[in-house]
Design a protein around this ligand. Structure first.
Ligand SMILES: *Cc1c(COP(=O)(O)O)cnc(C)c1O
Length: 362
């Protein structure tokens, strides 16, 4: 922990590993002896090609992907994917199933409907203010994919197990939990993640796609909005967000070489989340908002007895070097986002603060 840095619980853009920030700083003026910054070199240079290829190879290894998958880097954030997915995969009268678990899934549904696509919302947890993950869902056998949000950043819920879709490929928004734990990638047709939560800075969206999904993309889809364009050109059809990709590559290197892979990362993430949930469950002053079997390990959402106390909590936390604990403006309350780069030390500091705050105000 650097002396003047705070413990950062921001939901996104979010904390990055300090070691990664230091590596960027050390190499910023002269990248690999080029005499130029990574922000100044050509995206067609060998140096940059090594960076993007390394980021792709590490993604393949970390997620244990086989050679049916391609790794792509796009711009436009996860929000662009909401539009691109139906645009590419739902030509003509093809249909897909969507699961509604909160703000981000609702936006994905909206973008499919804007395009007049015939999609079906097969389950929703709106009835209980999105505090849970729906179970026992019946899927339509003619659906070409099932769309779900693996971790609901705002409502603090997550899929602990993905549904049995009877072989229909899952398309998942993993913006806020990609690389937080190993996943069974065999179930997925496409995974996408805005980098700024768990794998890098804003400006790039990581996409993993199973190549057979790329058949039947309508000819009318513009070049920059077609997945094929990125898949066939190694994500270098036009100038990519070089600096963001470079940072993602360093974060993935940190995950592999310092953390030791996703099994190790998952153990640490479980430990961090359990510290907070176990403490809140035994008290009563802090109330987690998600149902116990649907809780996110990344975004811990909770309430205090009153809105005034919540405001005081967020303000005093910041004075004590703990930032970003305010809940999303649409839901209120408090939220601790404890992504991969948020250390155990940070979570322990938060826990201490929570105990002290309760003693003084409970
Ligand atoms: C933050 C977030 C988004 C939006 O990402 P952008 O990159 O800003 O478009 C979408 N989905 C989830 C789950 C998110 O957490």
């Amino acid at each position: 922990m650097k002396s003047n840095r705070i413990f950062n619980f921001n939901p996104g853009p979010a904390a990055l590993p300090v070691a990664v920030l230091e590596e960027i700083q050390q190499n910023f003026l002269d990248f690999k002896g080029s005499g130029m910054s990574i922000t100044e070199i050509s995206h067609r240079s060998q140096q940059f090609e090594d960076v993007i290829n390394d980021a792709m190879a590490r993604t393949m290894r970390l997620l244990n992907l086989d050679d049916r998958f391609d790794v792509l880097f796009l711009q436009g954030g996860a929000s662009m994917q909401f539009a691109m997915i139906p645009m590419n995969f739902l030509a003509g009268d093809r249909t897909a199933d969507y699961i509604d678990t909160g703000t981000w899934s609702a936006k994905a549904i909206k973008e499919a409907r804007i395009q007049g696509k015939n999609i079906k919302v097969v389950a929703s947890s709106e009835d209980k203010n999105y505090a849970y993950i729906p179970r026992n869902i019946k899927f339509n056998q003619d659906a070409v994919f099932v769309h779900l949000t693996s971790n609901n950043t705002i409502k603090g819920t997550a899929w602990s197990q993905f549904p049995d879709t009877n072989g229909i490929p899952i398309v998942s928004d993993m913006s806020s939990d990609i690389m937080s734990k190993p996943i069974d990638t065999g179930k997925f047709g496409l995974i996408y993640a805005g980098a700024q939560k768990n794998v890098g800075p804003a400006g790039v969206c990581l996409v993993v796609v199973r190549r057979d999904m790329l058949d039947r993309i309508p000819e009318t889809v513009p070049t920059m909005l077609r997945y094929n364009t990125y898949a066939t050109k190694n994500s270098l059809y036009n100038t990519p967000p070089c600096f963001a990709i470079y940072t993602v590559h360093l974060v993935l290197k940190w995950l592999e070489e310092t953390v030791g892979g996703l099994d190790e990362m998952a153990k640490l993430n479980h430990k961090k989340a359990s510290l907070l949930y176990d403490f809140m469950d035994t008290g009563g002053f802090y109330r987690p908002t998600a149902e116990a079997d649907s809780r996110s390990l990344m975004n811990i959402t909770f309430r205090l007895p009153t809105a005034e106390l919540e405001q005081k909590f967020v303000q005093e936390a910041l004075k004590n070097g703990l930032g970003g604990l305010k809940g999303h403006r649409s839901v209120g309350g408090c939220r601790a986002s404890i992504y991969n780069a948020v250390t155990l030390e940070a979570v322990e500091a938060l826990l201490d603060f929570m105990k002290n705050f309760e003693n003084k105000n409970g």
